[in-house]
Design a protein around this ligand. Sequence first.
Ligand code: AMP
Ligand code: MG
Length: 394
Amino acid sequence: MPAPATEQVQLGESLQRTLAAPILADRNLPPFRRSTRDGFAVTAESIATGSVTIIGTIRAGEIWPADREPLAANQAVAIMTGAPVPPGANSVLMSEHSVRNQNTLSLAPNRSLAAGENIVPEGAEALAGATLVPAGTRISAAEIALAAACGHITPVVYARPRVAILSTGDELVPPHSHPGAAQIRNSNAPALAAMISAHAALPIAQQILPDSLDAIVAALQSAHASDANLLLLSGGVSVGDYDLVEAALSQLNAEFFFTGVNMQPGRPVVFGRIPPSHTSPRTLYFFGLPGNPVSVHVCYLLFVAPFLAALSGGAAAPPRFALATLAEEIRVRPGTQKFLPAYFSFDFESPTARLVPWQGSGDLSANARANAYLALPPDCTTLPAGAVVRLLLR
Ligand code: AMP
Ligand code: MG
């Protein structure tokens, strides 16, 4: 895939964006020999053999003047965490390990101090010019901290993917309207918009389409002609008489990478791209997601999110799994790989998981009570409480 365009953004606006240029150390990190303790800068060898004299204090932000004599072996200075260790000293005795009598300092009983202790040498974390964060990294709070530490206040990032969301189904009405007896409100489009926004992608055009081949083809053509990079369709990819999405995609010469996955929910999911044509010079990637809301969520986590990371200029980001212990026995019918709505306790002591009771993949309410999906292999039938299971995290 071609690299996306790049832009510069304010650091505070860069969360979840993908770096297009590396973040380099603008100077050595730490920039000076940094004390990691509140205590006393000393010579380890001399405090080991007797007491030394405290001659002053260095606070964080203060520096030992360049024209001042280095600390002598029989001298100490009080020093604060984060302050530069003065020349002459080779270690920091932490306050808790010291005995101070006015200006006389010695080791507390049964304590020792090694040369280098409680000091991070200049440049030990990174040397000036070193790559701290490579291009292609998705920016989290940790990268924002590093960038700030190095003065990179306007990082270069890749353009946000622009995602068109088409919801197919004769029964659908927008969330703000009052549904008729057999109608339902479109919940997939807002869910997808929320999920892609969390990955810093931009939801553009959202549209409800009837189960009509002509209407779907027309909407595909206009999405293809737009500046969308990715098209997320929901509904209409199963084997029902009115499931027309694949046929419509075929009319635009779509290339299908896959047209189903042996899993449940989500089996009918399709993935591919619409190639450039005489009406559009662009390649438009698409996912045809099943209509059921739980299928949409599972397929998003397994397929769309990893692809979106690649579309954002990074590497494909694999779905995140965790191991947990089953809180109670489960019984399922064997046959397919399953991803069932589950609740993961995230406990410190005993991270456990249990299935959330559900009425199948249309059960929005069960999906909201879940915070993960229990991944069960095709041959699984019964698992006892205490079994170790794999969870797809969301
Ligand atoms: P389909 O994949 O079109 O066969 O739809 C499967 C189920 O998902 C049906 O019960 C649809 O009513 C429901 N569904 C389809 N699209 C949506 C949507 N956008 N929001 C909520 N439910 C939907
Ligand atoms: Mg449908």
